[in-house]
Write a protein that binds this ligand. Sequence first.
Ligand code: ZN
Length: 342
Amino acid sequence: MDGLAVDYFDGRSARAVPARLSFDGASLHLRGENLERQFAPRELRWPERTRHGVRVAELPDGASLHCADGAAWDAFARHCGRGEGWVVRAQQSWRWVLASALATMALLAALYVWGIPAAAQAALALVPLEVDRQIGAAALEQLDEELLKPSRIDALQQRRTRDAFAQALAAQPPGTLPAVRVEFRSSNLGPNAFALPDGTLVLTDELFILADGDADMITGVLAHELGHVRYRHGMRMLLQASAVGVLASIVVGDFNSLLAAAPVVLGQAGYSRDAEREADAESARLLRDAGLSPAVMAAFFEKMARREGGATPLAPLGIAIGSHPADAERIAFFRAAAAQKL
Ligand SMILES: [Zn+2]
């Protein structure tokens, strides 16, 4: 007799029926005493190969085939076109085990380098805007306690600055911008401006003075900060810095740990270079739409550069405009934006 020797169990009685299993290229045939069955290979639940033990293959009706000769079964399975799954092969080889351990480590490293920023970006969509508002309010409160002092810029000049900025924003279609609010503060941060996640844009007196109160220039700076709010850069940074805790926050819907971490992270970490480019692009766009020249921002960064060229700049706030050196690339960007025809 040809075929593979197996024991057949009908699934009802415990009696083993010796049988032969053969394959005709399309169907499997099982023949034994008072036994004649035919079925497709895919109907059989093929056993996974293990190093030892009997191979047991099950049929949908509860019947099963047992084969004590593992090597013969495996040869038969290959004859039927049943290549072993790579999982089984891998499990049997220590080389594969080592390779997969190394691959896992590489994956973790990649996740750390590229994955967390990507994950933070995805997580951003899951964080309700209400959290941005709460974090912004809490952060300003804490900054006011520890770092900022009331502004000494007179109320009239503050109002003119706010009005000029509001007028520039009025060129945008209604409902297309995040809600923002301009706050003046005195500080030892030097000329600085920063955005909190709730849309509070803080301008230091020192920046106002550096810009000679130039309304267009300050509008450009505030528009840059508005870009950070629009793209939720602060929140993204916060999510990135506290990635693991944030995952838990999203799962349980409790953002208190994020609230607690906010002032520290916002104060220390800087936006990515890409985030700065996005905010610069937003500034150029808002200026142009308002009929103002983006050249004011090039002039602003030149002023910053001249200032930094002298004394060591004071430690800026992480999220602030001065968190990256005013470099040639940014100046060139605004010059090019200014040169474009309206
Ligand atoms: Zn910025």
